[in-house]
Design a protein around this ligand. Structure first.
Ligand code: FAD
Length: 377
């Protein structure tokens, strides 16, 4: 008898989980991997698209390439989830698996920031990053704000990386001298768990003449005057506003019996929800770790170990350690790395490794390894 595992969402978490189960226990499980999209895109590829380094068509990884023992991919949209009965309804059918794993990621609420849709550009969604890229293409120089609009968001390093890559982009286009870059974030420092790491990143921002306002959030944009209004009462004019939108769980999760206070609570050592046989990983949970691909991947690896141990009767899975690495790209083929560990010690820790060309190669390899493991290329 095989166990039926349904994985909702084929992003970082879902792809890693399906791959691990297929590698280790394909004879014991039948895995159905469901995603509404036909392809996957790495989060960091959106910055490549934004700054014109790659076209959208070059950064897609089609799910049809997945060819793994025990794994069936279905392109379907999840319409409802009942965790108590482990019943899932999609636009293609219904599922009542032995094990359900929710890995549906985070969505964006652009309406939470009045004026953003009319006069700014969010670059976190696929449609948004294409609009933002076109706006950058047409930009002739001036004041640019990179604004983080919510308290937590995917990839804590990404706003800094965006400002630094913008510096590189404007310099290459001969517009840096006629432009200013202002990074505004509600976080008290770039990487709040480490002052030392934050000081290193703040120094890099200063060296690149990027104005940095921590502890402040843009609450609204005025499309008439092109002015951003901040929580600290400042009003800052802009010619181009690039925003990291307020994040929220997908509607189908919010409407389910899994969501509490907007996200899915889990046991952070195993990623079990309060419903037997139901797990959740990645950006959709309220686990006390950052929202990042490398983190979602580690969570999925933990769930895989928990399931493998249950299926084989082997030794118990080790609790999730909350460790991961995040790369920060500066342009000019330079990349720095932040190693974090959120759950192994009494308090979370982070270590910064200064940017080098070697880390640029390491980041490229990091993405290539995942593409190869998940998609076989
Ligand atoms: C600009 C940017 C840069 C980033 N840089 C990095 C980085 O350098 N390193 C890093 O580690 N992380 C980075 N991230 C973060 C990373 O992309 C996310 O944290 C990661 O993808 C989360 O994985 P996940 O599996 O939880 O969700 P996702 O990867 O978002 O996957 C969720 C999946 O669920 C699917 N889905 C949603 N709703 C439904 C539905 N109703 N029905 C069917 N399918 C559905 C979606 O199509 C999606 O494929 C970046 C993100 C962005 C936006």
């Amino acid at each position: 008898m095989t166990s039926h595992v349904v994985v909702l969402g084929a992003g970082f978490g879902g792809l890693e989980l399906a791959s691990r189960l297929s590698e280790s226990v394909s004879d014991l499980v039948e895995i159905t991997l469901i995603d509404k999209s036909d392809s996957f895109m790495f989060g960091f590829s959106k910055l490549d698209v934004l700054f014109g380094r790659q076209g959208v068509s070059e950064v897609w990884h089609p799910y049809r390439s997945i060819d793994k023992p025990g794994v069936t991919f279905r392109q379907e949209t999840v319409l409802s989830i009942n965790a108590a009965t482990r019943r899932v309804v999609t636009d293609g059918g219904q599922y009542e698996p032995d094990v359900l794993v929710v890995a549906l990621g985070a969505d964006y609420d652009t309406s939470a920031t009045p004026g953003l849709a009319e006069d700014g550009y969010e670059f976190y969604s696929i449609a948004g990053v294409q609009r933002a890229r076109d706006a950058l293409d047409a930009f002739g120089g001036g004041a640019v704000i990179v604004g983080v609009l919510g308290g937590f968001f995917k990839c804590p390093g990404a706003p800094n990386e965006t400002a630094l890559l913008l510096h590189d982009y404007l310099s290459r286009r001969g517009m840096r001298e006629s432009s200013s870059i202002h990074l505004i974030s509600p976080l008290p420092m770039p990487i709040p768990i480490s002052k030392k790491t934050s000081d290193a990143i703040a120094a890099i921002l200063r060296d690149h003449r990027i104005e940095y306002s921590p502890g402040a959030r843009v609450t609204r944009l005025d499309p008439q005057t092109h002015v951003a209004h901040l929580t600290d009462d400042r009003e800052i004019p802009y010619d181009l506003f690039l925003g990291i939108p307020v994040h929220c769980a997908p509607d189908v999760v919010l409407a389910s019996d899994l969501a509490e206070e907007g996200w899915i609570p889990v046991d952070p050592t195993t990623f079990a929800t309060r419903h037997p046989g139901v797990f959740a990983v990645g950006d959709v949970t309220s686990a006390p770790v950052p929202r990042a691909g490398g983190i979602a991947e580690g969570e999925a690896a933990t769930v895989a170990e928990v399931l493998i141990s249950q299926l084989t009767g082997g030794s118990s899975a080790l609790p999730y350690d909350g460790a991961g690495a995040c790369y920060i790209e500066l342009g000019d083929d330079l990349v720095g790395r932040i190693d974090v560990n959120f759950l192994s010690y009494d308090t979370p820790v982070a270590k910064f490794t200064a940017p080098t060309p070697q880390l640029f190669e390491e980041k490229r390899e990091w993405g290539a390894t995942r593409a190869s493991r998940w998609f076989g290329r």
